[in-house]
Design a protein around this ligand. Structure first.
Ligand code: HEC
Ligand code: HEC
Ligand code: HEC
Ligand code: HEC
Ligand code: HEC
Ligand code: HEC
Length: 442
């Protein structure tokens, strides 16, 4: 029995589409480029050791972003000679070199003792470098969220594929049934819409459909539940950190970072001086900045210099005359951290008494935060987790001597309780009352 022409055309058409989709997906996965790992590793090491103090791959720092530089120089200048000794190479009058020097002078790119092969490795690394995925790399944790959404994507693609194949097979089956019915002399099956057929099918498979319905409902509830946990949370591992743009681009890494990485290593409390003494750490006034910036009017880049000029504009300082103009315009820093009003947090309890480093709560702000961001989730769970595990440092801490005296004299707690506290040789914040609701809530 010859198949009616319409069957073969319709169904093989959609099967072909599905197959082509599948093929192109697998091919693109198979041909994704895998860079030469050894060369990449060598280049990365050399880059970090020799260039990273001034260059980043993708953004301008002290020197320009290096991505694309090699191709740019191709045929126009000797990039090897430039890297080995830029100032010497400038003397050849090469146009490329002069152009880039004009843009960056007087900042000098120091000579680097690398061979041509080593420089090739550096550029191999630079050209194959991929930006870290979202926030995960910066935080130094693995990113379950990203991996998760990736495998979800594949599941969805697979499901779509099956749907396409299923629908086209359904089409074949129906056309065959119709053809058979026609051949048997009963005439073609009545035309029905997809939706009608689906309803009839779902009715036949009630039990299965109820399971699917239940599954979808539970899944949606779980997803909503998950989302509810992170609503209003702007730090921690699950969500992107809150990192508002500031009126002046103040760079924490540059000012507070380590000196051996070319940073200024200013103590946090030089600027946040009330962290030791009071509830708030405080944001410094621009006068604190002017202690240095009366003299330092140039940044590391033209953009940096423009940001310093904003300090002058706000505080009313004329750098040319070297005097105040009296025209002030208060700077409005955007608050990064915002605990709700019903929660009480005190810096001096944690910094002066608890002897915590700022970084335990604010993360590596001095190492990798050009812009201040909310590192920790600031949820109640976050506070009490730390109180549960954190051992308080008792030795030589006058405040604790007092607490101990109080505990020993405490007839309610009594010596038995105290002994119990001390049994494991340590006292946690929780054991000192760090889980009492009233300590944190008004
Ligand atoms: C001390 C800082 C410093 C170091 C270290 C440094 N550079 Fe540079 N680099 C610069 C500056 C600044 C410029 C801009 C030109 C100038 O002012 O000399 C520059 C320019 C360049 C350029 C030209 C870019 C363009 O867009 O044309 C290349 C290429 C380059 N550097 C590569 C390197 C490599 C590779 C290394 C490491 C092996 C390195 N640099 C190390 C500061 C540095
Ligand atoms: C030279 C002065 C200076 C130094 C040093 C400095 N900061 Fe800051 N800090 C600021 C200024 C100005 C702001 C407000 C602008 C901003 O958020 O970037 C700020 C903001 C912050 C914020 C966000 C505050 C908010 O709005 O919630 C935190 C947290 C912070 N600093 C922590 C630190 C830590 C930790 C150190 C030491 C590693 C440090 N700072 C060193 C000047 C400084
Ligand atoms: C135990 C965790 C913890 C430690 C340690 C800590 N902070 Fe904070 N910090 C917070 C929290 C929580 C907030 C939000 C407070 C609020 O919104 O009321 C905050 C807010 C800030 C702010 C915003 C302004 C303010 O005072 O509210 C600055 C600036 C700051 N911290 C700097 C520092 C510096 C500098 C240190 C170290 C000397 C430090 N913090 C140590 C948890 C901590
Ligand atoms: C202890 C000295 C000191 C203090 C205090 C200080 N700075 Fe700086 N700042 C510097 C120096 C030095 C540079 C230039 C760094 C360089 O060129 O290597 C600089 C650079 C800058 C830059 C340019 C950054 C860039 O990328 O080129 C800005 C913007 C800036 N500071 C803002 C501030 C603000 C805002 C404050 C006050 C909250 C402040 N600084 C306080 C010493 C200081
Ligand atoms: C990284 C650890 C850590 C985190 C996070 C932390 N704390 Fe603490 N907390 C401490 C330590 C250590 C002490 C000092 C123990 C003491 O003095 O009783 C302390 C003490 C306190 C006290 C005084 C308790 C008492 O017995 O007097 C309060 C209130 C407090 N924390 C509130 C908070 C709040 C609110 C948060 C969250 C916004 C928070 N803490 C987050 C470590 C932490
Ligand atoms: C160590 C400090 C701390 C202790 C102890 C503490 N809380 Fe909280 N609590 C917080 C912080 C901080 C928040 C704000 C969290 C946020 O905004 O995500 C909060 C939020 C809450 C909220 C509001 C939830 C919300 O989503 O805003 C309730 C209700 C609450 N706490 C009840 C309690 C009760 C009841 C206790 C005693 C069993 C207690 N808390 C003990 C720090 C604490």
């Amino acid at each position: 029995m010859p198949l009616p022409a319409c069957i073969s055309r319709r169904s093989t058409g959609s099967i072909r589409t599905a197959f082509a989709l599948f093929l192109s997906l697998s091919l693109s996965a198979a041909f994704a480029q895998a860079p030469d790992a050894a060369l990449y590793g060598q280049g990365e090491k050399l880059f970090k050791g020799n260039c990273a103090s001034c260059h980043k791959v993708d953004v301008k720092m002290t020197g320009p972003a290096l991505k694309g530089a090699k191709a740019k120089w191709e045929g126009k200048g000797d990039i090897y000679a430039w890297v080995q000794n830029s100032q010497a190479y400038l003397k050849t009058g090469n146009e490329m070199a002069v152009k880039i020097w004009d843009q960056y002078k007087p900042t000098v790119m120091t000579p680097v003792a690398l061979s041509k092969e080593e420089i090739d490795a550096v550029f191999y690394y630079v050209e194959n470098w991929a930006p870290p995925v979202a926030k995960t790399e910066v935080k130094g944790h693995v990113g379950p969220v990203d991996e998760g959404s990736n495998s979800w994507l594949w599941l969805v693609i697979l499901a779509l594929l099956f749907l396409v194949v299923g629908l086209s097979l359904g089409g074949v089956k129906r056309s065959l049934a119709s053809a058979v019915s026609e051949a048997e002399g009963k005439g073609p099956l009545p035309e029905t819409t997809r939706m009608q057929r689906f309803r009839a099918w779902a009715w036949e498979h009630k039990v299965f459909m109820s399971f699917v319905g239940l599954f979808i409902t539970v899944w949606v509830i779980l997803a909503l539940w998950d989302a509810a946990w992170v609503v209003g949370v702007y730090g921690g591992d699950e969500v992107p950190h809150y990192k508002p743009e500031q009126p002046i681009l103040f760079n924490h890494t540059l000012h507070a970072g380590k000196a051996d990485q070319g940073n200024l290593n200013i103590n946090c409390q030089y600027c946040h001086s009330s962290a030791e003494k009071s509830k708030h750490a405080g944001i410094p006034s621009l006068n604190v900045c002017m202690n240095c910036h009366k003299a330092v009017s140039a940044g590391r880049t033209p953009e940096g210099t423009a940001e310093i000029a904003k300090i002058y504009a706000h505080i009313g300082w004329d750098p040319d005359k070297g005097q105040y103009t009296g025209k002030e315009e208060p700077v409005r820093w955007v608050k990064v951290h915002n605990l709700p009003d019903h929660a009480f947090f005190n810096h001096s309890t944690h910094v002066a008494v608890g002897k915590l480093e700022c970084q335990e709560c604010h993360g590596p702000i001095d190492q990798q935060m050009d812009v201040a961001e909310q590192w920790s989730p600031l949820t109640m769970g976050w506070c009490i987790n730390c109180h549960n595990v954190k051992e308080v440092k008792m030795d030589g801490n006058g405040y604790y001597d007092e607490v101990m005296a109080r505990l020993e004299g405490d007839t309610v707690l009594g010596h038995r309780e105290l002994k119990q506290y001390l049994e494991d040789g340590k006292i946690t914040v929780k054991e000192l009352g760090g889980w009492e609701c009233a300590k944190c809530h008004y």
